[in-house]
Design a protein around this ligand. Structure first.
Ligand code: HEC
Ligand code: HEC
Length: 511
């Protein structure tokens, strides 16, 4: 069965998909394959992203996307609420669609029908409210704080007024800790790949057209472990068909893509940072934030028109405050920990409290020794593309084209933003402090908070149990032995004795 026969999409869009250029079976997708998520396993396109086939299919896919997206109605006009730039920025994130919709209410309400057993039957037996709650949980979607019953779209999705949900920044940048949803906290539950696979299966069953992520996820993994996403690579892929001035050019060569998942950093630290991202390579301005919306339909003119809104979004991001630790703190122990921290950690992470000082530093890879894939994945070519182009105001804003390592982030609200390190490989602060006891494989609970070890409540494993074969379940296990997911490095706390470590842990609760 080919995509053509099962997808029931608009004619012109189907024609743009390359089915007849002598590479048989590539776009052949069985519904079973979609359902069990095995979709990349057998497709040369994903097993070898460097192949010329991959490049040509990316180009043709993009043409398909252009046609498909061009057919959509224009984004609805939304007026932001009056007030500060930050208030406007947050309002845009909640109301303004920058991307075409991902799915509609009917698709969302039917997602449970493609779940594996026993979850499918359990959902079927549940009442409507409980089924919706399970659906949010299954995909790591957050109920919006102003809609705790979850009757409207999840936080991170914008309704278009016609029953459609369009993804926005808060899908990844709105999460929960100990069951409490906080906009600006990374979403450490997101199951974006599983969601997209299930959406695609339901749309095919309902005879509905597929949209950009449904296709994107056939070209590249959106994530392989829940709570993390391959977003850096989306950024590169979306930029791949743009000249530095942002004009679309489908003949540009797609760079080598090194897929890897990242844990988004919490927004409340952005105000302290001099530049953005794990390696601090990007200027802290509105334009780089627009990488996520570079679908080919968005013209350079549209980008210019939206830039002020992204300025407001950045103002909101910089206004987010870190949450206070809600459980008990042993103050005398924390005070002892502060001394140990200043001695051993402050030279990189700064100091805290009223007189606190943070100066961003990049720690070379051979000193930090955390996973290296992210640093390599963002190639000098991509960094130079940004440096030469619109995103950095043609080099006026500084782009670091050869960062030596990762930045030592501020540790404000660190109790809340587990898991740790740029790839989200370490589940608790205790594990950050005990480098030889980090689990090879771990799996979190939905809302459990580990008050002893400070961070996610997890089960630890030597490997993913062999009984777990369904992809949707496998993605709930963080396997540190997979590429880009190593939990090694940052051995600085090793030299502390156990009492000192305990006191630093207590102190970290107070930041
Ligand atoms: C699919 C998930 C996803 C979406 C959607 C997303 N981001 Fe991110 N974002 C990430 C990840 C992961 C990182 C970390 C990347 C890195 O450090 O290399 C990140 C990093 C950032 C940072 C840098 C923070 C820092 O401390 O350096 C900012 C700012 C940001 N995103 C803003 C946005 C905005 C604005 C949008 C919407 C236009 C958005 N993001 C959409 C996942 C996402
Ligand atoms: C030489 C510089 C350096 C020293 C010293 C250092 N760190 Fe770090 N730390 C880093 C860097 C760089 C990272 C980011 C690593 C990554 O994401 O791959 C980091 C990450 C962390 C994180 C995870 C942050 C997050 O948001 O995921 C914690 C927690 C942390 N350090 C605590 C400490 C403590 C506690 C000490 C002292 C015992 C310490 N660090 C000493 C450089 C340092």
């Amino acid at each position: 069965m080919t995509i053509q026969t099962i997808c029931n999409c608009p004619e012109e869009w189907i024609r743009a998909i390359p089915l007849d250029d002598g590479v048989p079976d590539r776009v052949t997708i069985s519904r079973a394959a979609i359902n069990d998520g095995a979709i990349y396993a057998g497709t040369p396109l994903l097993s070898n992203p460097d192949s010329s086939y991959f490049r040509s299919s990316m180009q043709k896919l993009t043409i398909g996307l252009c046609l498909f997206i061009a057919a959509l109605p224009l984004f609805p006009k939304v007026s932001a609420e009056d007030g500060s730039a930050a208030a406007r920025g947050f309002s845009y994130l909640r109301t303004h669609q920058y991307l075409p919709p991902d799915f509609d209410d009917d698709v969302f309400a039917s997602l449970w029908t493609v779940w594996p057993e026993p979850d499918r039957s359990a959902a079927e037996a549940a009442n409507a409210g409980e089924r919706r709650r399970r659906t949010f949980s299954w995909y790591g979607l957050m109920p919006s704080p102003d809609d705790p019953e979850g009757t409207g779209p999840a936080l991170g999705y914008v309704p278009d007024g016609q029953g459609n949900w369009a993804m926005n920044c808060l899908a990844c940048h709105g999460g929960k800790v100990a069951g409490k949803v906080i906009p600006g906290l990374p979403n450490s539950h997101t199951a974006l790949q599983t969601l997209t696979e299930d959406v695609r299966a339901v749309k095919l069953a309902q005879g509905k057209a597929l949209s950009h992520l449904d296709f994107g996820s056939m070209q590249m993994p959106l994530n392989t472990t829940n709570g993390t996403t391959n977003s850096v690579i989306f950024g590169i892929a979306l930029g791949a068909f743009r000249n530095p001035d942002m004009t679309v050019d489908l003949s540009r060569k797609v760079p080598k893509l090194i897929h890897h998942d990242m844990d988004a950093p919490p927004f409340w630290n952005v105000k302290k940072k001099a530049s953005l991202y794990a390696d601090g390579f990007s200027p802290k301005t509105a334009r780089p934030l627009m990488q996520f919306i570079l679908l080919p339909r968005v013209t350079p003119r549209q980008l210019e028109l939206w830039e002020p809104e992204f300025g407001d979004i950045l103002a909101w991001i910089e206004s987010v405050e870190s949450p206070r630790y809600p459980f008990e703190v042993d103050r005398p122990l924390a005070t002892r920990g502060e001394g140990v921290f200043i001695e051993n950690c402050s030279r990189c992470h700064g100091t805290y409290g009223q007189q606190g000082k943070y100066e961003q530093q990049t720690i070379p890879l051979d000193e930090i020794r955390t996973d290296s894939v992210r640093l390599r994945a963002l190639s000098p070519e991509h960094r130079n593309w940004m440096k030469r182009g619109w995103l950095s105001r043609f080099g006026e804003d500084h782009v670091e084209t050869d960062p030596a390592g990762y930045i030592a982030p501020p540790l404000d609200g660190i109790w809340a933003s587990a898991p740790y390190f740029h790839n989200g490989s370490v589940p608790t602060l205790w594990h950050v402090m005990h480098s030889d006891s980090r689990p090879a494989v771990w799996k979190r609970t939905e809302d459990g908070y580990d008050r002893q070890r400070i961070g996610l409540e997890v089960e630890e494993f030597g490997q993913i149990p062999s009984t777990i074969t369904v992809s949707a379940y496998r993605r709930r296990y963080f396997d540190t032995r997979l590429p880009g997911k190593s939990s090694s490095g940052h051995n600085f706390p090793d030299k502390l004795d156990e009492t000192e470590k305990r006191s630093v842990l207590e102190y970290l609760k107070t930041l």
